[in-house]
Design a protein around this ligand. Structure first.
Ligand SMILES: Cc1cc2nc3c(=O)[nH]c(=O)nc-3n(C[C@H](O)[C@H](O)[C@H](O)COP(=O)(O)OP(=O)(O)OC[C@H]3O[C@@H](n4cnc5c(N)ncnc54)[C@H](O)[C@@H]3O)c2cc1C
Length: 416
């Protein structure tokens, strides 16, 4: 069903009785060309581009819960391509370009809002680091503007510019960055993939990966065995657990990350703003709530809920930047499971098991990557070779010492 102003008006006149489900409920077939484990944004985007770009439509996406129940529906919706390193920049910029055309591509309103992402800085060394990142972005054709204090003051006049501890000296702005409605992205890709013949199988946990002679043959699921020519892993925070089903041990730790929404306010914060002296970033939703987040909880976990110390830390960061928000009430908070790699960068690669492919280690930055991750993972699965913009995301880089360490902080779950 094509969505348009005409279908909207037509359905309004017919009492909205003609809408059809956005994707079918299906029973799994015994065999597929490709089985994708994980119906998050990445798995669904991969299925969509496999069908659309490579003509591979005999595909199943097998999801243990419902679509949108993972991080794709839990993140803080920020999209950007303001990276420093050559391994990352072309990939994230390709993702931004796909975001810019995504609604027309999917015929679905994913509410892409290019409101600008502003990183404020608080010291001269930090200014240098931000200037360097901005220059790297511009060298790669990505938009970046280094703002002085007055320019930042014009954007967020209510921030604490006079703070003795963390004075705001300026900011790095990516005007094309912004937000997109997170769960709509899952629904849009699901609808697009389903329309091209992909089977989306919800409430069907993968419990094992069948391997014979070093080659993946299919998946054991809650609804029985499903054979596949190729098996693709796209399970975000559960990557290490599902990879273990194939005997793989990955350089990934799972952590909880929390997000928060306040009561609604009149329009106040026009952009995405990140604090430079602690872990806090914020945007304002269309309903008026401030959506914010910060650091990961510092312990390993597969639980989708976090703990109080990080809540305190995030709120402290927020109030250091915007003291006037102190009386605002937080309405909701939740946690999601992030798969942190040891250099803070992702993996899109074949695995040592033949016909088993891996897309993971998205840390807490994989929502913005959704379109390009799907595009590049589909390319890898279809052609058995990496897409040029994702060529650095090799699994063996950890063994080779060829890390993509955006933050320059060494081998630990990095934050950037
Ligand atoms: C609080 C929070 C804030 C974030 N904010 C941002 C942000 O602002 N910008 C940004 O770019 N990124 C952000 N991220 C990161 C981003 O959400 C993730 O990197 C990205 O969503 C991961 O890809 P996905 O959408 O495919 O994951 P998911 O939606 O988690 O998809 C993985 C799916 O695999 C399924 N699965 C797991 N195990 C199995 C199994 N055995 N069998 C079948 N299915 C299985 C899960 O149920 C899940 O649905 C944030 C994350 C969190 C938690």
């Amino acid at each position: 069903m094509h969505y348009s102003i005409f279908s909207l008006v037509g359905e309004a006149l017919r009492g909205n009785r003609g809408w059809t489900p956005a994707w079918r409920r299906v029973e799994p077939k015994p065999r597929y060309d490709v089985v994708i484990i994980g119906g998050g944004g990445h798995g669904l985007a991969t299925a969509y581009y496999l069908a659309k770009e490579h003509g591979i439509t005999n595909v199943a996406v097998v999801e243990k819960g419902y679509l949108g129940s993972g991080n794709v529906g839990r993140n803080t919706t920020i999209i950007r391509s303001n990276y420093l390193l050559a391994g990352n920049l072309p990939f994230y910029e390709w993702s931004m370009k796909l975001w810019e055309g995504l609604e027309a591509e999917l015929n679905f309103n994913v509410m892409v809002s290019q409101r600008g992402v502003l990183n404020v800085f608080h010291s001269d060394p930090q200014r240098n680091a931000f200037a360097r990142r901005g220059n790297a972005m511009r060298l790669h054709g990505v938009d970046a503007e280094l703002l002085d204090r007055d320019q930042v003051r014009a954007m967020i006049p209510f921030a604490d510019f006079e703070s003795a501890r963390f004075p705001i000296l300026g900011g790095l702005l990516q005007p094309r960055g912004g937000t997109a409605r997170h769960d709509a992205v899952a629904w849009g890709y699901a609808r697009g993939a389903d329309g091209r013949g992909v089977d989306i199988i919800e409430n069907c946990e993968v419990t094992g990966i069948r391997i014979a002679n070093g080659s993946a043959e299919g998946v054991e699921t809650a609804r029985g065995f499903i054979a596949a020519d190729k098996v693709a892993l796209s399970v975000a925070g559960n990557t290490s657990r599902v990879a273990a089903m194939a005997g793989l041990r990955l350089p990934i730790e799972s952590h909880v990350m929390q997000a928060f929404v306040t009561e609604g306010l009149k329009p106040l914060i026009d952009n995405v703003v990140t604090f430079g002296a602690g872990h806090f970033y914020v945007s304002q939703s269309d309903k008026g709530g401030l959506v914010f987040g910060g650091d990961i909880d510092g312990y390993n976990s597969y639980a989708q809920r976090g703990n109080l110390p990080v809540i305190e830390d995030v709120i402290e960061g927020g109030l250091a930047l915007f003291p006037s928000l102190a009386r605002l009430r937080v309405l909701r908070n939740w946690g999601g499971l992030v798969d942190m790699s040891m250099d803070g960068s992702p993996i899109i690669d074949k695995t040592p098991v033949d016909r088993l492919y891996l897309n993971g280690a998205w840390n807490y930055g994989g929502f913005k990557a959704t379109p390009a991750a799907g595009w590049c993972f589909a390319h890898l699965i279809a052609r058995d070779e990496p897409h040029p913009v994702a060529a650095a995301y090799r699994l063996d880089r950890f063994a080779r010492g060829d890390l993509i360490d955006e933050r320059g902080a060494g081998a630990q779950p990095n934050l950037h």
